[in-house]
Design a protein around this ligand. Structure first.
Ligand code: FES
Length: 563
């Protein structure tokens, strides 16, 4: 069997068993059945990754988006071939989409490699889909354009503007505290998600969209148009046209991505007060590109980057406000002194050239602040290290309570998300606002790293008006969540990390300013506890077994070790 690596177009990745011409003739014959003639098949072939799915409401209008990308490809003289891959929706995928991000990345990468295409357009949106697709494109290393579904428009309830899912959480917490009735929460449920599209706060989907534009893998202005807008479709048609240009120029991710482009992405992550989930995704993407990126890099950038975007959960606006304020072009212009201008983009131009055409924030809007009047001077997301997390943990300081950023309190330990669900509201546990709630076995090996880290405030404390407490886990939290929540403790409990050794009543000390999180128990005592540890076994078969045996820790990006 032979495969000619120099072939282009429809003959790319041609499998031949001693007779190449026969294989070429077979491809033409089968394509003929779909109405393609020789004029068609001599064009650049553009693959279009379609993640439409009835299960993925965030991608509801993707079929129209795919058609629009095809129009752009045809206009530019290419031939579009859309194909399906796994599509991950945060709400309808169990136990957690993070367990399947790498599976989607493998599916996408292998289909890009296996099928003939000169460039690929990736249509994602809901949280894990975009990192999975970009990881795939980086590994397959063919010219690629990322498109996102775009955010939902905001909903309204009794005069209040609502958005998923920061307001989902806030209002559910009010319901748990007895401040809203059953009837009211039912009305709210019908108002939170007004249109198709991704969560309309600066959650993981919006964050990843902004980061892909910063990395130069998306056309300028592509991150922020809402799902239901003409601007979103214009981005689709332009991306289709541009993919044909990319196929001709052969501008691949390996020529675009540098350490400078990833540091630019870190800068934007801090400036938007973005999702903590972006940290594992950026590290995984950088690893695929053979670029070093560590939690210390996040801290270094965090220390010098002001938070400029006023969107929930760290601020008050929504993605449509960010878009109406000019979106990423305006933000990047304001961040210009902090950015590497040499970072190349799929436009073929370095970011510095693009910035000469962008303008900073206008006086008429409030969502994108100027450097002189930031929402926070620095430190939107911080990494903390210490005896509880030797390889690091992270906290979204921008969405935490100032009073809890330095805190010492006794631990109350939950063995798993299920254990927390069973016991957290039991008053016999005697949890006080000073307690540090520990959740373990929620890491990548233990549970596929679900968004379980934002444990709810125990009902009886919520009813007393307690809104925030220190919570620590090896899990993640939704990009739309908020609170003083330490996440991604590494190494995780399921591989014997210190989180596994914590017992009820142990003192935990958090000091975000100092970058520390410590378990105040003597090393001798911890050694003894270690001897009693019984680590979970790998599942018996299938993807779960492969994932358990090969997934890397959070500070390494949670990719599989062989990818
Ligand atoms: Fe899809 Fe939030 S659930 S982006």
């Amino acid at each position: 069997m032979s495969r000619d690596k120099n072939e282009k177009g429809i003959y790319k990745n041609l499998t031949a068993y001693g007779d190449t011409e026969f294989s070429r003739y077979l491809r033409r014959a089968f394509l003929s059945s779909a109405g393609y003639d020789r004029e068609d098949i001599n064009r650049p072939i553009i693959g279009i990754v379609n993640t439409s799915s009835d299960y993925n409401t965030c991608h509801r209008q993707m079929p129209e988006m795919v058609d629009t990308v095809k129009r752009g490809v045809l206009e530019a003289g290419g031939l579009p071939f859309a194909f399906p891959t796994i599509s991950l929706n945060e709400i309808l995928t169990s136990p957690t989409t993070m367990l399947f991000r790498n599976l989607q990345a493998m599916d996408t990468e292998e289909m890009i490699r296996a099928q003939p295409m000169d460039a690929v357009v990736l249509l994602g949106g809901c949280d894990k889909t975009v990192p999975a697709q970009s990881m795939a494109a980086i590994s397959a290393d063919i010219p690629a354009v990322q498109i996102v579904a775009g955010s939902m428009l905001t909903g309204h309830w009794r005069g209040e503007r609502l958005g998923a899912c920061t307001d989902c959480r806030r209002l559910w917490a009010s319901f748990r505290a007895g401040e809203l009735s059953q009837e009211e929460i039912c009305e709210i449920e019908e108002s939170l998600c007004a249109t198709g599209g991704t969560c309309m706060v600066m959650g993981t989907a919006s964050t990843m969209a902004c980061l892909l534009e910063t990395l130069g893998l998306m056309l300028p202005g592509g991150a922020s148009p809402p799902h239901a807008s003409g601007d979103r479709l214009k981005n689709c048609v332009a991306s289709g046209r541009h993919a044909v240009e990319l196929a001709r120029s052969d501008l691949k991710p390996s020529k675009i991505l540098t350490r400078g482009s990833f540091v630019n992405a870190l800068t934007v992550l801090m400036a938007i007060g973005g999702s903590t989930n972006a940290i594992v995704h950026l590290i995984a993407m950088a690893r695929r590109a053979n670029i070093e990126l560590s939690l210390q890099d996040f801290n270094d950038v965090s220390q010098k980057t002001p938070m400029l975007v006023d969107c929930k959960p760290a601020g008050k606006g929504y993605m449509e406000d960010f878009h109406n304020a000019g979106g990423m072009k305006v933000l990047l212009k304001e961040l210009e002194p902090l950015l590497d201008p040499d970072a190349l983009t799929i436009t073929g131009k370095p970011l510095g050239d693009l910035l000469t055409t962008y303008q900073g924030p206008g006086e008429w809007q409030e969502t994108i602040r100027r450097k002189e009047t930031p929402l926070q001077k620095r430190g939107a997301i911080r990494a903390v290290f210490g005896s509880l997390a030797p390889d690091g943990a992270i906290i979204k300081a921008a969405a935490a309570s100032d009073l809890l950023m330095k805190h010492r309190g006794p631990a109350v330990v939950f063995e798993s998300p299920a254990d927390a669900a069973d016991r957290i509201d039991d008053p016999r546990l005697g949890i006080t606002p000073d307690h540090v709630m520990i959740l373990r076995n929620g890491g990548p090996v233990g549970a596929g790293m679900p968004e379980a880290g934002s444990l709810p405030i125990p009902k009886y404390l919520a009813e007393q008006g307690i809104k925030d407490m220190v919570r620590v886990s090896d899990a993640r939290m939704s990009g739309t969540a908020y609170g003083t929540i330490v996440l991604h403790c590494s190494p995780e409990a399921a591989v014997g990390g210190p989180l596994a050794l914590v017992r009820d009543g142990d003192l935990i000390e958090l000091d975000v300013e100092e970058g520390r999180i410590d378990l105040m128990v003597s090393p001798e005592e911890l050694k003894q506890r270690e001897a009693d540890l019984d680590l979970p076994k790998a599942p018996a078969r299938g993807w779960l077994k492969l994932h358990h045996e090969h997934v890397l820790q959070a500070h390494q990006g949670c990719d599989l070790d062989f990818l």
